[in-house]
Write a protein that binds this ligand. Structure first.
Ligand code: NAD
Length: 282
């Protein structure tokens, strides 16, 4: 099956970024939001990425114009799903919200359509259970920001078929990404590695052993990381980091118990860069 049309559900940080990457690689893209206001915000974000693409020399002005033309915004999931070959879901990291979206997509899109989730840690097998096509459900986990980050984790649910894996993997590569395949399991590869580090960083500060700045300085200068764990968490969003950690805690036990420092930040609505306040002020 050749993928020509893509639908992206959710035009937040990830959905708009994924839609941009697809459109820049010549795919027709429909992007769906819950209301017109949020949709306009998502489309504005895509426009900004296109302008940035021109500024970085990745797109010519003509390519920029064509890229924008390939993106259609809608608030109707049915409209976007009706002729899509692959759909990438990027709504809130909430299993019930995602299951509802998958059920609706399953009912409205053609039989051949592959349904992918950009979830950071939720179970692909469980999402598949909301549909009658579990063999066509897969995880395509992009990283933030999708235009800059090279990796896509390809996550196999218990019933994902080899054909679905191959088509989804080829699609991710056609977007210019490198892929790694992993069986469905909380945190997949990257988040299972990175979240315990953030949690330990938070405990170091919570226990009064050192400061946020010192932890980030140690990670960047002592381990050559491009950003320390606190700066990275602010960038990802502390709500998302906590949701993934809670998932890992549930699956693997006490060693992943979220640090109260992180829990308190989320309760206070200090979610990082997107709220201009997290571990740092912006
Ligand atoms: N932020 C990251 O760094 C990152 C990285 C990788 C994966 N993810 C995952 O990507 C997904 C989205 O994350 P985000 O950071 O873009 O979140 P976000 O909150 O920025 O965006 C989510 C968007 O989905 C929309 N939405 C919710 N329900 C919807 C529905 N039924 N139909 C259409 N739109 C709907 C919301 O209105 C919102 O605009 C999550 O599953 C998250 O775990 C996030």
């Amino acid at each position: 099956m050749e993928i020509k049309k893509v639908a992206v559900i959710g035009s937040g940080a990830m959905g708009s970024g994924i839609a941009y990457v697809c459109a820049a690689r010549n795919y027709e893209v429909s992007i769906v939001e819950v209301n017109k206001k949020l949709l306009a915000k998502g489309i504005k974000r895509i426009r900004e990425m296109i302008v940035e693409g021109v500024n970085r020399g990745k797109l010519t002005p003509r390519e920029a114009e064509e890229t924008l033309k390939r993106v259609k915004g809608t608030t109707s999931i049915t409209e976007a799903a009706k002729d899509a070959d692959i759909i990438i879901e990027a709504v809130y990291e909430d299993i019930n919200v995602k299951k509802e979206v998958f059920q609706k997509l399953d009912e409205t899109c053609p039989n051949h359509t592959i349904l992918a989730s950009n979830t950071s840690a939720l179970s692909i097998t469980e999402l598949a259970s909301a549909t009658k096509r579990p063999n066509k459900i897969i995880g395509l986990h992009f990283f933030n920001p999708p235009y800059a980050m090279k990796l896509v984790e390809v996550v196999l649910g218990a019933q994902t078929s080899e054909e679905t894996r191959r088509i989804a993997d080829d699609f991710a590569r056609a977007l210019g990404k490198e892929t790694v395949t992993v069986k469905d399991s909380p945190g997949f590869i990257v988040n299972r590695l990175v979240l315990p580090m953030l949690n330990e960083a938070a405990y170091l500060v919570y226990e009064g052993k050192t400061s946020i700045e010192n932890v980030d300085k140690a990670a960047t200068l002592g381990m050559n990381f491009p950003a320390g764990p606190f700066r990275l968490a602010d960038f990802v969003g502390l709500d998302i980091a906590l949701a993934v950690l809670e998932n890992l805690h549930q699956a693997f036990g006490e060693k992943f118990k979220p640090c109260p420092l992180l829990v308190e930040k989320v309760k206070a609505g200090h979610l990082g860069l997107k709220t201009r306040k997290g571990f740092y002020d912006y």
